[in-house]
Design a binder for this molecule. Sequence first.
Ligand code: GLN
Length: 531
Amino acid sequence: MDTKYIFVTGGVVSSLGKGIISASIGRLLQARGYKVTIQKFDPYINIDPGTLNPYEHGECYVTDDGFETDLDLGHYERFTGIHTTRNNSITTGRIYKTVIDRERRGDYLGKTIQVVPHITDEIKRRMLREDEKDEQLDFVITEVGGTIGDIESAPFMEAIRQLRWQLGRNAVCVHLTYVPYLKAADELKTKPTQHSVKELQSMGIQPDILVLRTERHLDDHLRMKVASFCNVDLECVVQSEDMPSIYEVPVSMQKQGLDAAILRKIGIPVGEIPEMKAWHDFLDKQHNAQREVHIWLVGKYDLQDAYKSIRESLNLAGIYNDVKAKLHFVNSEEITQENVGEKLEGLAGIVICPGFGTRGIEGKIIAAEYTRTNDIPTFGICLGMQMMVIEFARNVLGYKDANSREMDEKTPHNVIDIMEEQKSITQMGGTMRLGAYDCELKEGSRVYEAYGKGKHISERHRHRYEFNNAFKKEYEAKGMKCVGINPAANLVEIVEIPEKRWYIGTQFHPEYSSSVLNPHPLFMSFLKACL
Ligand code: GLN
């Protein structure tokens, strides 16, 4: 079968959940046995989201091959279990950089370089994944960030228009809009959707399928109205109502025949509705989980999206342990020796979150001391692990001035130090230790048991600093064990205190590889300990 291309655009407002819809389409097509990938095109100028402030853009997600991407790629991976790469996350900045580099090399032989055709051609090349010609996909789902009508998304729309023309039935456009409810009039309004589709049509794109985001159920009459005003078949107008959980969305889309509508548009026989047993089993577990377990996230970004993958990993592990993980955010800047007991009262476990820079780190260290001395399950991730290590140095090894080189350049007790290969780097973007690296687990350790698949694992990283091996012996002698080591560089990837109930820190980010059908073993084990 030729590869088919599905384009997902959004109108009216942002934050409608295009990422969730794209991921759901991916899941539904997989359930029918198709091989899919999902990619995101973002119209901003940054080369990648790695340098973006989490307050503005939420978490930075990292792929196996070490690319810093938008958090939507996390949804794609959690819903579908696929592993994305740097070619699944493209920005305007990257498109321009490729074209400008080519121009500087003289590849264009003196031609005038323009948005059309040079920029649009490069967008098309990426949308068609021409750098990955041998991956043999049935479907490529392309989500375009931003909202129809934005100046910066115009070249992407032009590329989609051209591709639709070129690909004929092998391309389908799904447009996501919003149907607001006006309380005073007690009415649901379709006008914004009509305008949004008109805008799309004015760029030469006729959507095949409309997904209407709504807080209230839309009746057939309303759907019919939208269908006839927008030149779309009635069965191609589906609604995306607010759901108790994003993981219900694929099922709701399947019930309304979104995947069937896509297949019909392309001309593929629809056949039977796939059963998706494992997914339904997961949803049943989610419904049945009554008991609550309270987990504290200690970090500095007071914004849900900043720790998206950690939150989802905890939720998923909770569900598989038959409990609801109730997550509470504690701003580490507000934690002091005096109030730590009060701030962390009633918790079953704590996650010390990743991060960069000095702000809020003393609070993380105080929290780590509190949970270590009170033997409360503690999971430190990346910077969180580094804070556990510093706390141990200060309070157990007796080095009061212990710190990370990141926070204190001059400390003689730099238990966390800069990596050798990072020392000469002055550029900001894409320069850390990024992506998946091998790790060897120590037999008999808690993490070895948790993974339950032998010594060899691989996990994704995003950091500049590392455990300083000069102090390793002292740590081990005093009870903090280095139980995961990167064999190639001899870097410490995991520390644990075996005599505690669950006190583990990982230099890597396990949250990036948790999915709905495969919750991460470390989060599973942590949740068990919290119970
Ligand atoms: N700032 C730390 C480092 O660069 C930790 C990074 C992180 O938590 N992702 O090593």
